[in-house]
Write a protein that binds this ligand. Structure first.
Ligand code: G16
Length: 547
């Protein structure tokens, strides 16, 4: 095919490593950074085809491995509205990434063109960015070759957060339409979100400083720029773990994933009672909050707590605005703490559904709601206003000043939220705005419900692809009979719940357990992890008992 005339020449510079199978998973391709050059080159080709398939709309490419260790890297495609790549394309990505030769690669690309009836005469448009990982520059060069091979009109945003790139893509594709999202620049991003934030908190008392653990990642410089753009005592921040230069520091003993998984503060943050803390992950798409009480005990406010805070605030505003038939709903995954789900159903009386892990799955469920709040317990999430909800807001005619105020606040919240994807900076502003408006400390926010003790473990196995699940990933269908073993263990513990699923971003199997007491929870997690290790090909050290 003439369209692919230059592919072989460029591809020769980026040969596929032998013996490695790549798979487009939960958040794109993600593995050891040194092995990804051919894959990222090929993602450049796919991004161009995806853009042509969308009549020249701008597609995004983000080079990041987010919460993974610094040696890993990854790459994912961003669709025109700033959302994750349409799932039906994930198979194409996997096929193209695994083509063994230049000829096979061209054939795989031609098959995509054929299957999607792509008009290859359209000029492809792609924007891209990367996080701070050392392997990023080399992978970016490979991506640029892939884009050049198909004559792409391409632009780099340099080193930015993943959600910023999603935002830029959405802005570019909506410019000049009714759905115009903002200026597709860093300055535009900061102006939009800080402007909405300041509108919401105007006139309220100033909060105490917020200590941010930036995971030694790209969130550090970006959140400083955000605060500079706000230039307001409403956003007084202190950044910790902001070293993006020293090798080995990214996500090391810090960041949202570390804090959530280990349920303790990150390195470099000595918690003081009464002070306020949060952690981003390596590419700033997740956030969790935490504090220490008077006795120095650590308390985590994770994605479930953020979700319930946002849902409560939105529900109350909708009621105060006097808008009928505007329902707030919540999407969670199996990792949601059991008590958060009960709180949403029984106390807030809001509808809630479960989706599979991966924000793309939650996003699709939230799209079915009027106002859909979706968060993973790990702190990854956002809020979506459906077109119907936006139309109702537009039509709303306030009868009182209080109704008018509530409607203005709903508009400001919509502007404050990055609807394209979960965004640590935008979510931080959302939490800060709600806490400022309510006059709440972190411990007051925490009072809504008490988490059941929970534990998340990783088990390394020879082949995680043998693990298959159903029921929003809460039930194993393979390996055979392992689920029966898990069920029997769960039955031994009051309020016990546990599930096993293969990670889509790391070479490991994840085990989640919760139970009525910390001791029971830890015992259940240990027993389930041990069963996985013994019965499904554990590798390395057997999971140890908690002491
Ligand atoms: C990614 C996904 C999240 C998911 C997380 C862990 O996060 O975007 O939706 O929860 O991986 O997924 P898994 O358990 O399948 O490894 P991030 O922040 O690393 O991009």
């Amino acid at each position: 095919m003439a369209h692919f005339a230059k592919v072989a020449e460029y591809s020769a510079k980026h040969p596929k490593p032998e013996g490695i199978e790549f798979a487009y998973g939960t958040a794109g391709f993600r593995t050891v950074g040194d092995t990804l050059e051919s894959t990222v080159f090929r993602v450049g080709l796919l991004a161009a085809l995806r853009s042509q398939g969308k009549q020249g709309k701008t597609i995004g490419v983000m080079i990041t491995a987010s919460h993974n260790p610094e040696g890993d890297n990854g790459v994912k495609l961003v669709d025109p509205m700033g959302e994750m790549l349409q799932q039906s394309w994930e198979g194409y990505c996997t096929q193209v990434a695994n083509a063994a030769s230049s000829d096979e690669l061209v054939a795989a690309l031609a098959a995509v063109v054929e299957a999607e009836s792509i008009d290859t005469s359209v000029t492809p448009r792609v924007v891209y960015a990367r996080d701070t990982r050392p392997s990023g520059p080399l992978l970016q060069a490979a991506l640029e070759d892939g884009l050049a091979a198909l004559g792409t009109d391409a632009a780099s945003y340099g080193v930015v957060t993943t959600p910023q790139l999603h935002y830029f893509v959405r802005c570019r594709n909506t410019a000049g339409t009714d759905a115009a999202y903002g200026e597709p620049t860093e300055a535009g991003y900061f102006a939009k979100y800080t402007g909405a934030f300041l509108r919401l908190v105007d006139g309220k008392p100033h909060p105490s400083p917020l200590h941010i653990d930036a995971a030694n990642g790209v969130g550090a410089p970006e959140v400083l720029k955000l605060a500079a753009a706000a230039a307001s005592p409403y956003l007084s921040i202190e950044v910790h773990n902001g070293d993006t230069v020293t090798p080995g520091k990214l996500n090391k003993d810090c960041g949202a994933d570390h804090v959530k998984s280990n349920q303790r503060s990150p390195v470099g943050m000595a918690l003081q009672p009464g002070s306020r803390y949060c952690s981003f992950d390596g590419d700033a798409d997740r956030i969790v909050y935490y504090y220490a009480d008077e006795r120095g005990t650590f308390h985590l406010l994770d994605g479930d707590k953020i979700s319930t805070l946002a849902a409560t605030y939105l529900r109350d505003l909708v009621a105060a605005a006097g808008i009928d038939d505007l329902q707030v709903g919540v999407v969670q995954t199996a990792y949601a703490n059991g008590n958060s789900t009960s709180y949403i159903k029984d106390t807030l009386r809001l509808p809630t559904v479960f989706a599979k892990t991966g924000v793309k799955h939650l996003h699709h469920e939230a799209e079915k709601m009027n106002i859909g709040v979706y968060f993973e317990a790990n702190g990854h999430g956002t809020v979506l206003f459906s077109p119907g909800a936006v139309a109702k807001l537009r039509r709303a005619t306030p009868q009182t000043p209080a109704q008018d105020d509530a409607i203005q606040r709903l508009w400001a919240l919509r502007d404050l939220i990055n609807e394209s994807v979960g965004d640590a900076m935008s979510d931080m502003l959302l939490v800060e705005a709600i806490l400022i408006c309510k006059g709440w400390s972190l411990s007051q926010w925490d009072e809504a419900y008490t988490d059941l003790p929970s534990r998340l473990l990783k088990v390394v196995v020879h082949d995680r692809t043998i693990f298959k699940t159903t029921n929003a990933e809460q039930t194993l269908t393979s390996p055979l009979r392992l689920q029966e073993v898990v069920d029997a263990l769960v039955a031994k513990f009051p309020r016990g719940r546990a599930f096993v699923r293969p990670s889509g971003t790391e070479d490991a199997v994840r085990v989640y357990a919760e139970a009525a007491t910390r001791a029971d929870c830890d015992q259940l997690a240990y027993l389930v992890a041990g069963a996985v290790f013994d019965k499904a090909g554990g590798r390395g050290d057997r999971p140890a008992e908690f002491l």
